[in-house]
Design a protein around this ligand. Structure first.
Ligand code: HEC
Ligand code: HEC
Length: 321
């Protein structure tokens, strides 16, 4: 009996010891640094068309996280991040050479947006999204916007505050959220005459609807978005700017728990005017997509008709406000 007890105690100590060693390893090794490959990404030709397109994409994909106290993209504390992620600050991405990204080459910006790795190989965890599926033209447009004369990207001398990611984030960077491979071939513009293909691109590439609208951030498939767990069936936990929990909606065509009774017009109103079929406001963190063209709305709608229907009732917390 005594012998058995001693065995259990030794086993327990061993397990605790291994656990502590793992925690120490995570603390010391921190967030991984990857080798940076040389990629072929020539300097972007800046045209008014690209700036306008880039501004439209950035208005829903970058600005909300990067806009700081001076109204420029100077960075801020992201209180809408889950508290167990630590203290996360977005960066100054204005044209300031000292505090922003004024010294980065277009290749370095493209590499970061595609893979999540900075020029020194430092990986940015899940709180900075990766844009693996943006077409090359959309990516160039975002970069053209960052170099443009728009007021929000002019140099801001607000210094970047270093984030303090939690142990959980460090752990996730070792097991789940890793560097995304840089694409091996050019990513062509979607075929805008094929509504389903175009819609798939908008949902998984240009606007990343799937990331919020699938079931669980930790079970997203960044390489094959359609294989994400509970693809487009909602329930993902998001946090509003006031720190309240809000779950994303089921936007599969399920008549009971999704948008199966909606029409294309309802979708257009939801995206652009931020009202759902019943006239209720669609609340943050879903942003208004007021710049969407009719063709984009139609394509998103046509594509959603082809997405497998999943029954998943989401608690929308309508009584909260
Ligand atoms: C969900 C919030 C969020 C969104 C959306 C977002 N970012 Fe970020 N971004 C961050 C955070 C947080 C960091 C800083 C992470 C760190 O260093 O701790 C960051 C870092 C960066 C950096 C690195 C700057 C540096 O000096 O380290 C660049 C460049 C950048 N973002 C550009 C963009 C662009 C361009 C977009 C849109 C296409 C975008 N981000 C969208 C949160 C976001
Ligand atoms: C930042 C995360 C996020 C992104 C990105 C996002 N959504 Fe949403 N969406 C939400 C949340 C959260 C709700 C629920 C809002 C509420 O309950 O008021 C929602 C609600 C909706 C609704 C209303 C459904 C209903 O039954 O009321 C539709 C439709 C919708 N989103 C479509 C889209 C499409 C299409 C895209 C991409 C163009 C998109 N969303 C991008 C988070 C997001």
């Amino acid at each position: 009996m005594k012998k058995a007890l001693r065995f259990v105690v030794i086993l327990l100590l061993l397990v605790i010891g291994l656990g502590l060693a793992f925690v120490a390893y995570l603390e010391i090794s921190g967030i991984p640094i990857y080798a940076v490959e040389k990629v072929n990404f020539p300097q972007v030709q800046i045209t008014p068309e690209r700036i306008a397109r880039g501004e439209k994409i950035a208005s829903v994909q970058c600005i909300v996280c990067h806009r700081g106290s001076d109204g420029k993209l100077s960075g801020r504390l992201l209180h809408e991040m889950p508290p167990n992620f630590g203290e996360i600050h977005s960066a100054n991405i204005t044209q300031s050479k000292e505090h922003g990204i004024g010294n980065w080459t277009d290749e370095q910006i493209a590499y970061l947006l595609r893979t999540g790795c900075k020029p020194d190989g430092q990986f940015l965890p899940v709180y900075m999204p990766k844009f693996a599926h943006l077409s090359d033209e959309d990516l160039k447009s975002v970069i053209a916007f960052l170099h443009s004369d728009r007021p929000c990207v002019q140099p801001s001398e607000i210094a970047k505050v270093t984030s303090k990611p939690s142990l959980l984030v460090k752990f996730l960077c070792h097991v789940a959220f890793k560097k995304i491979p840089y694409p091996t071939a050019a990513i062509a513009e979607p075929d805008t005459t094929n509504m389903v293909d175009y819609g798939r691109y908008l949902v998984n590439g240009r606007y990343d609807c799937y990331a919020c609208h699938s079931r669980d951030f930790t079970k997203l498939d960044f390489v094959n978005p359609e294989k994400s767990f509970g693809y487009m069936s909602g329930g993902n936990t998001l946090i509003t700017l006031e720190g309240k929990i809000r779950y994303s909606a089921n936007i599969t065509m399920c008549p009971k728990t999704g948008i199966g009774t909606w029409t294309e017009e309802d979708m257009g109103r939801a995206l652009r005017d931020h009202k759902n079929k019943e006239g209720k406001p669609i609340r943050e963190p879903m942003l208004p997509y007021n710049g969407l063209t009719d063709l984009e709305v139609k394509a998103i709608w046509k594509y959603i008709q082809t997405v497998p229907v999943i029954e998943n009732k989401v608690d929308r917390k309508w009584d909260e406000d």
